[in-house]
Ligand binder design. Structure first.
Ligand code: NAP
Length: 297
């Protein structure tokens, strides 16, 4: 790694808690590989200090940051500008420091899409079932819409949150003039209605809940009995990247589904952020190796 000197520039991630983040390993490996005079640091920022932290990071010339839980939504009103996609999604996961102030964007959407886009071009016949209606589910809806999936269904346990999820999409897309081909059509359902959809052919079933994430590795967002009903040509996509594979993906694979975990999404969203900050191609293989190594440790 090049030495830290008086000219070394900073990148980082803001979140709380942040000690578990794999982003420093991934980005510093890329920085080292390219011999850049940069360091990527994890900054623990409590919600009450978000605004102060942004001012401080700008004051010391931090070039850009990843933004993670719990700041992805709360940061929006504090930024000078956000991209239409981030506004439509309602979440910012990447900011860069400009003369006009912090500019925010969302690279989770492209990160989510990446492994799917590498599989095939035509997604028009695919039905999407998304488990959960939190922040990541919003990136998944935008990503599926970009791919051209016309049937997007979201399953949640809270009727009020589901209704807000559905209506916010329509409104935001109409008022912000996002580049997404509007309107996004999202149908929301109570959790138990998944049983009527799961046996459809050509289903993309996405887990955007934290169920099954380390340390609760024996859990799955849906029962083994329900997963046994999954239709043919299905894809199970779990946004979780630890453990690999999750219980959900193991069960789906046993039924013949293609299984995708959240690791590639994590790498790709980071690579796109890296390119935004440094204006040069990210060494994706190096970032992947560093992440795999960190996951093993
Ligand atoms: P979030 O905003 O907290 O949303 C979580 C969603 O899961 C909510 O809809 C929540 O429902 C639902 N949920 C939680 N526990 C549940 C349960 N026991 N039964 C039913 N529903 C439940 O979190 P997020 O930011 O969307 O993240 C979700 C997952 O995606 C996390 O595991 C995160 O690590 C992963 N993720 C991965 C990447 C990547 O790069 N691979 C990127 C982003 C996120 P309520 O709203 O009703 O509580």
């Amino acid at each position: 790694m090049p030495q830290i000197t008086g000219t070394t520039k900073l990148l980082g991630v803001i979140g709380s808690p942040i000690g578990h983040s794999f982003s420093p390993a991934m980005h510093n490996a890329a920085i080292e590989h390219l011999g850049l005079d940069y360091r990527y640091v994890a900054f623990p920022v409590l919600p009450a200090y978000l605004s102060t932290a942004l001012d401080g990071l700008a004051a010391i010339g931090v070039v850009g940051c990843s933004v993670t839980i719990p700041h992805k939504q709360a940061i929006i009103p504090l930024l000078a500008e956000i991209s239409p996609l981030a506004r439509a999604v309602g979440a910012v996961n990447t900011i860069r420091n400009t003369a006009a102030g912090w500019i925010g964007t969302n690279t989770d959407v492209a990160g989510f899409v990446s492994p799917l886009a590498a599989m095939r071009r035509d997604w028009g016949q695919t039905t999407v079932a998304i488990l959960g209606n939190g922040g990541a589910a919003r990136a998944v809806v935008a990503g599926c819409h970009q791919l051209g999936c016309s049937n997007i269904h979201v399953f949640g346990r809270d009727a009020v949150k589901l209704a807000a999820f559905s209506s916010s999409w329509q409104e935001e897309l109409l008022v912000t003039g996002t580049k997404l081909p509007a309107p996004v059509r999202v149908e929301t359902h109570p959790w138990d209605e998944l049983s009527t959809l799961i046996s459809q052919d050509n289903l993309l079933l996405v887990n955007s809940t934290p169920i099954g994430m380390h340390p609760q590795v024996d859990r799955s967002p849906i029962s083994a009995e329900l997963i046994r009903k999954i239709g043919s040509n299905s894809i199970a996509y779990d946004l979780i990247y630890t453990p690999r594979p999750t219980n959900f993906l193991q069960l789906a694979k046993q039924q013949g589904s293609i299984a995708i975990d959240g690791m590639e999404m994590l790498i790709q969203q980071g690579a796109i952020a890296f390119e935004l900050w440094l204006q040069q191609p990210a060494p994706i293989d190096i970032m992947r190796q560093a992440l795999l190594q960190s996951l093993k440790e």
